[in-house]
Design a protein around this ligand. Structure first.
Ligand code: ZN
Length: 80
């Protein structure tokens, strides 16, 4: 009875050719981020916090808005 279940009719590339959910972020960007998400936040301390200039890791750069943990928390919890 479900007439909408005909996704497979167009072939295997039907799902990926649309790609609406990958448009906002490039494949390269995603791979870069996937690399750092599993890193510890004291690995690759090659970056600087954009607020207080303390050294931060690649993980913090990608996942904490380019900030150290302190600044990141302040940014998140600052309501005013
Ligand atoms: Zn900071």
């Amino acid at each position: 009875m479900k007439e909408s279940e005909n996704i497979d009719d167009e072939g295997d590339d039907g799902f990926w050719s649309g790609g609406s959910f990958v448009q906002s972020i490039s494949k390269e960007e995603m791979e870069k981020k996937n690399r750092t998400i599993h890193m510890k936040n004291n690995e690759e301390m090659d970056y600087a916090c954009k607020r207080c200039k303390v050294k931060i890791s690649a993980h913090n750069k990608d996942w904490h808005g380019g900030m150290c943990d302190d600044c990141f928390n302040k940014e998140i919890f600052s309501e005013d």
